[in-house]
Write a protein that binds this ligand. Structure first.
Ligand SMILES: Nc1ncnc2c1ncn2[C@@H]1O[C@H](COP(=O)(O)OP(=O)(O)OP(=O)(O)O)[C@@H](O)[C@H]1O
Ligand SMILES: [Mg+2]
Length: 493
C-alpha cells in the first residue's frame, strides 16, 4: 500500500531504518538526551538537604523506579516520533497524496508507523498508538503540532515564537500553550511545507513570507537569522462565520444607535475609513459595515489577503500577488485598484490602504465611486488623516499640503475608529465625520464615542457608548435617502 505513495527512486526504504537512526532512538532512552523535552529534573540530593544525603544514600522507591521507566519510555517515544515524521516526509510522494482519500492515507500512515515501531522494539498501548497516528497524519497533511489549534474554534490567532513557545489568542487575551515543536528544524520543516504548498519559498535569503492557507487563514512567517530566537509565525484564523452587525452589538463592540447611524452612512454612500491598530477588528468591522450595502450594487473588493466575505450577489474579489521566487509577476493593490476603475464598480472596498494605492483610492472616492470603504492602521481619526497624508507624500507625488488635505477632506466622509482595549475587548471607540476644510486644517466632528468609566476588580473595563451631542453633518442627506434618524440618537447618554 505504501508503495503507491512512495517517492519514485526514494533511496531509503521505510522498512529499514538507517543504523544511526536506531542509534539515536536508543541513545534517547538515556535521561541525558531528554533535556529538550523538559522532563522533571533528576532528584539531586546536593544542596537542599545535605545531612540526609550523607547519612542515607537515596534508595529509589518503587514509584520512583516506575516513574523513571515511564520517563525514559516517553523520551524514547519522542525520538521515535521524530524519526517517523522524518521518514514519512522523506519517503512519501506528496503529489500522489493529493489524490489519496483521508482513510487511505491514515491507514497507510498507521501501517508505516507500526512497521517502524516493531523495528525499534517499541510497544505502545492503543491510546498511544492512536495519538501517534493522529500526530503523524497532521505532520504529513497539516501543520503538525499547530493542527489542533487550527481546529479549535475558540482560538483567533496562533503566534509561534520559536519552537518552544506557542501562544494563542482567545477572547482578546494571549495565552501560552503547552504545545511545542520538537526543535527549530521541526518548526522550519512545517513552515517550509506551508509556503511551498502556495508556491513560495522561505530561507536565509528570503527570510519572511506572507501567505493565505488553504482554509483562508492568514499566515506569516519569518525565519532566522532575521528572527533571532527561532522562527516567528503568526496565523490569523479564518472564521467561517464572520461577526455580523448584530453580533458586534451583542458583544458590546458598538451600540444600537451607532449601528443605526452606520447603516444610514453606508446606505447613503458615504466614503468610510475604518481606522485601528493591529488586530483591533478593522477587517471585521469593514465586513460588518458592508452588510448595509444594497444587494443590487456591484462591489469590487481588493485585498492583500482575501478575508472579506460579502453577502451580496454582485461581488468581484481581487487579491494582490507578491513577486514569485525570481522577483517577477507581482500584482499590487494599486494595479488591482486601477484596473477595478475600468470594471464599472458601484463601490470599491480596499482591505487595507497602506501604500501607493492611497492616491487611487482617494481619486476613486472623489470621482463617482462614492460609498467606497477601506481600513487604515492608525490610532485616532486625526492620526488616520495624517497617515493618509504621509502615504501620499511617500508615494512620490509632490503636492502642496493644502491640496493634499483638500483631496482627503473631499474624499473621506467618515472615520470609524476601532481599538482593542487593555482588557482584550474590541470596541468602536469613536465615529468621526470629516466636514471640510478651514484654512489648511481638515475639520472633523465626533458623533459617537466610547467613554471609560472605571475598572472591574478583574481588570475588565467599565464604559459606555455615548453620542457627542452634535447633529450629523449628513443628517439632511440621510433624510433625503429615507434614513430619518431620530434626533435623540445624537443626544449624549
Ligand atoms: N468586536 C469583536 N469581538 C470579538 N472578537 C472580535 C471583534 N472584532 C474582531 N474580532 C476578532 O478579532 C480578530 C482580529 O480581527 P480583525 O482581523 O478584524 O482585525 P484587524 O484589525 O483587521 O487585524 P489586522 O491588523 O491583522 O488586519 C479576529 O479573529 C476577529 O474575529
Ligand atoms: Mg485586517
Amino acid at each position: 500500500m505504501f508503495a503507491r505513495f512512495k517517492k519514485a527512486g526514494s533511496s531509503r526504504p521505510a522498512e529499514a531504518p538507517p543504523p544511526q537512526a536506531t542509534a539515536t532512538a536508543k541513545a534517547a532512552a538515556a535521561p541525558r538526551a531528554t533535556a529538550g523535552t523538559a522532563p522533571p529534573p533528576p532528584i539531586s540530593p546536593v544542596a537542599s538537604n545535605p545531612p540526609q544525603s550523607r547519612s542515607q544514600p537515596p534508595r529509589p522507591t518503587a514509584e520512583a523506579v516506575a516513574a523513571d521507566k515511564e520517563r525514559k519510555r516517553k523520551a524514547k517515544l519522542g525520538e521515535v516520533k521524530v524519526e517517523l515524521h522524518k521518514r514519512l516526509l522523506e519517503n512519501l510522494n506528496l503529489s500522489a497524496l493529493e489524490h489519496a482519500t483521508e482513510a487511505d492515507l491514515r491507514a497507510e500512515i498507521a501501517s508505516i508507523a507500526s512497521e517502524a515501531l516493531n523495528e525499534m522494539s517499541m510497544v505502545l498501548n492503543k491510546d498511544e498508538r492512536l495519538a501517534l497516528n493522529q500526530e503523524l497524519y497532521f505532520e504529513v497533511m497539516g501543520l503538525g503540532p499547530l493542527e489542533p489549534l487550527l481546529k479549535d474554534d475558540t482560538v483567533n490567532d496562533i503566534l509561534v515564537n520559536g519552537p518552544h513557545r506557542i501562544f494563542v489568542e482567545r477572547n482578546g487575551r494571549l495565552q501560552l500553550t503547552d504545545i511545542t515543536f520538537k526543535d527549530e528544524k521541526h518548526l522550519l520543516r512545517i513552515i517550509d511545507k506551508i509556503v511551498s504548498a502556495v508556491g513560495r519559498r522561505v530561507d536565509e535569503s528570503n527570510p519572511y513570507v506572507d501567505a493565505r492557507l488553504a482554509d483562508g487563514s492568514r499566515f506569516n512567517a519569518m525565519v532566522p537569522p532575521v528572527a533571532v530566537d527561532g522562527s516567528l509565525v503568526s496565523i490569523r484564523k479564518f472564521k467561517k462565520e464572520k461577526l455580523g452587525v448584530s453580533d458586534l452589538v451583542r458583544f458590546g463592540a458598538f451600540s444600537e444607535a451607532m449601528a443605526a447611524y452606520l447603516e444610514a452612512a453606508v446606505a447613503t454612500r458615504l466614503n468610510i475609513i475604518v481606522s485601528g491598530g493591529t488586530g483591533s477588528g478593522k477587517t471585521t468591522t469593514l465586513n460588518a459595515l458592508s452588510s448595509f450595502i444594497d444587494n443590487a450594487e456591484r462591489i469590487l473588493t481588493i485585498e492583500d489577503t482575501a478575508e472579506l466575505q460579502l453577502q451580496q450577489t454582485h461581488v468581484g474579489r481581487m487579491e494582490s500577488r507578491p513577486p514569485n521566487v525570481e522577483g517577477k509577476g507581482a500584482v499590487t493593490q494599486r494595479d488591482c485598484l486601477r484596473n477595478a476603475l475600468r470594471m464599472r464598480p458601484d463601490r470599491i472596498i480596499v482591505g487595507e490602504t497602506r501604500g501607493e494605492e492611497v492616491i487611487d483610492m482617494l481619486q476613486a472616492m472623489n470621482t463617482g465611486h462614492d460609498g467606497s470603504m477601506t481600513t487604515i492602521h492608525a490610532n485616532s481619526a486625526r492620526d488616520a488623516v495624517s497617515r493618509l497624508e504621509n502615504m501620499i507624500a511617500m508615494s512620490g507625488i509632490e503636492m502642496p499640503t493644502k491640496a493634499v488635505r483638500s483631496q482627503i477632506a473631499s474624499a473621506v466622509n467618515l472615520i470609524v475608529q476601532v481599538n482593542r482595549l487593555q482588557d482584550g475587548s474590541r470596541r468602536m471607540t469613536s465615529i468621526t465625520e470629516v466636514t471640510g476644510m478651514e484654512g489648511e486644517v481638515i475639520t472633523m466632528q465626533e458623533i459617537f464615542r466610547y467613554e471609560r468609566l472605571g475598572l472591574e476588580p478583574d481588570g475588565a473595563i467599565i464604559g459606555r457608548f455615548t453620542a457627542a451631542g452634535v447633529r450629523s453633518h449628513f443628517a439632511e442627506r440621510f433624510r433625503q435617502w429615507g434614513y430619518d434618524l431620530p434626533a435623540s440618537i445624537y443626544e449624549p447618554a
